[in-house]
Ligand binder design. Sequence first.
Ligand code: GDP
Length: 319
Amino acid sequence: MSNGTVVALSGGIGGAKLSLGLLGILPPDSLSVVVNTGDDFEHLGLRISPDIDTTLYTLSDRVNPETGWGQRDETWRFMEQQAQQGGETWFRLGDRDLEIHRERSRRLRDGETLSAITADFTRRFGIAAAILPMSDETVSTSVATDQGELGFQDYFVRRQCQPSVKGLRFAGAAAARPGPGVVAALSAKDLIAIIICPSNPWLSIDPLRAVPGMRQLLRGSGVPVVAVSPLVGGTAVKGPTAKIMTELGLPVTPAAVARHYAGWIDGFVLDSRDRQYADEIQVPVLVCDTLMQTLADRRRLAGATLEFAATLAPSRAAA
Ligand code: GDP
């Protein structure tokens, strides 16, 4: 594999797993992870950026391996106190996690950008990659459901994805711009590939795609864009991807995911358990095991995806 830089587009848990694999096989400072901020929200007076934090914790080996989010060996004194005082406890905030939210909130109030704060956290956590919020402007995902329009975390955490999804809206996206690091990473002369991680296409990747200019940056980069299927064996490994596809009237197949990304991708990584869908996919396909249970799995999938990307010419579709 030739030397060069790689950009990963990511949500939370699924995306961070593949990003960790990429980090493990690329030379230091060759990876940029562009992270969804549509899940960000204000809670208990704090600004919380769940997907950025999952990426920070995963890439610095602090993540709680049981949940895939939050820090390992976390303590919950703050939550206990909240509960005692009859406060809100539906969104679990561990004590160490809380400190990140407090510091981010303070610095945002003092006028720093989310990009600058995240870059500083990334450096302090000793991560040899760039973690880039998709935008410094606020974009808020809201979910139209059979129970009305819900804020993302109300839908995802408080109601545990139980309402039926009718559509999604990314408030603020039309006025948002890709973050400065995002523009730089996607315009880098030594960029060799862009990977759309196996994150939830509708909840995690679509907010990124809704930021004006993102498509031009991807297509204008002149490098192959490859998506990794978030469905394994016809269902999601974790989370509501399959449920949402059904509710939106789509077949729960990797081919439907590839169709969703039509015009954005040059290649698609399909799980071996789903090889029967290969013929339905309009772009070149790599069939391999995409289940990432161990660190070795993450690195193997990262390596296979980059090798596959190296065989693809980017489509010169009008940006
Ligand atoms: P969230 O924001 O924390 O929900 O996480 P993401 O959107 O990044 O990821 C959720 C998606 O990741 C789901 O569709 C899962 O099926 C997918 N996913 C999680 N683990 C794996 C894995 O090991 N392999 C593959 N192919 N997909 C995975």
